[in-house]
Design a protein around this ligand. Sequence first.
Ligand code: HEM
Length: 483
Amino acid sequence: TQPLPPGPKGWLILGNLPQLGTKPHQTLYNLSKVYGPLIYLRFGSVNVVVASSCNVAFQFLKTHDANFSNRPPNSGAEHIAYNYQDMVFAPYGSRWRAMRKMCTIHLFSAKALDDLWPIRQAEVMSMVKEVYLQGKKGKVVDVSHVINVCSMDALSKALVGWKVCGEAKEASEFKSMVVELMQLAGVFNVGDFVKGLAWIDPQGVVRKMKKLHKRFDKFFDSLIEARRTRNNKGEGRDLLSVLLNFQGEGSDFEEGKLTDINIKALMLNLFTAGTDTASSTVEWALAELICHPDILKKAQEELDSVVGRHQFVKEQDLQNLPLFQAIIKEVFRLHPATPLSIPRVAENECKINGYHVPKNATLLVNLWAISKDPAIWKNPMRFDPDRFLPGGSHAHAHVKGNNFELIPFGAGRRKCAGMRLGLRMVQIMTATLIHGFDWVLPDGQTHDKLDMEEAYGLSLQRAVPLVACPVPRLEPCAYEIAY
Ligand code: HEM
């Protein structure tokens, strides 16, 4: 039999859990430098393998993808995601397939995305208005907040037909719920790995999950209730209406009925997976560009020459902006929204790189490490979009899941379902914010001193949220829509 992959020795009961630290993606990256691109760890009684290079990720997510198309059992799926009744944690099978198909048809297909563009555009312009008005008053803008409200509202209109966070207070509250979910989902909960300790809930994670679940559940109950009591005639294009109609027609999945629980769980997935990931990427993008004024200036010149200064950029312009596209790729490379992706589990034992991967082992794919592998990326920590431009080292790489050196959306069967929407949201929000405004850091802060620390969670937040003063840079007529 083959040996297990190499890895650091763990503690007696907890295994390697205590060694992960506060930024597990960085710890695992450092371990990969010592032990190589395929590491074996033990979390309590659970075998864990970590992929940290494009070659190893390719073997797991392409060659052996079928064997890794399920997620491991975890307390988040149980206590937050309605006991696996959602899509993200659903077993690979007919219910998962049916949910994914519905989302693809009504939200993520090229046609659905084009149909939903007016919604995104309206929300992006509403963000411009907010930024413009705050800038006019000389106020410092909480960038993270305005971006979050924009992605939340655009998504919410597509999911349920109206803006669920109409008021600033509601938006902040919802954002705090999503951020807490992402933090909790990113915690390696000792109880998941050491069964004997589950009942003590040593980190208090399960207690927090149950409390948070109740808040989400109340919110989704009220959404369904509102949808059912409204006169749906003439509406019904949003995903919630489609799901409720499907249910009303008595249509079934192969495995059984589409229950209210399934619908709430899917809404939970989409609202949470779709907001924080996209908005934190935009925040990172803006922060990187503020730190690199020369690159920002070039990107603005490109936008000016393609779009002009008398109107705002639109989605159809994006394909004509090669430098801007390269910038977005570079942001995904340095700041992948979910640094350790979402875990998978080995259905059967298998052999990777000559090593034995046991049945039921948890697979972590360190997306953060892969896109910084010094064997593939020159000066991997440097923000250098040129590498993606013609003549650059990665001129042909893209982020969609086939170039394994850069897979911020994962790859294979369980790849991000919302990739196309996420990409469009990230691109249009970032392009609009840099086309429409120059950004000045407050309190005499200089661009080379901007704090770029990360705060680990299932999604990668900035430790210090970005705040900056917007200075309009287009012709006044472009902002008229915002007056
Ligand atoms: C910047 C934007 C985003 C990034 C970087 C991102 C990244 C990811 C990653 C890495 C995974 C795990 C893939 C795997 O296991 O290989 C994932 C899964 C998923 N994402 Fe995204 N995501 C983004 C936006 C979105 C959006 C906008 C939505 C929906 C509105 C969404 C919905 C989902 C769902 C439902 C899954 C689970 C898929 C499954 O298990 O079949 N994501 N995402």
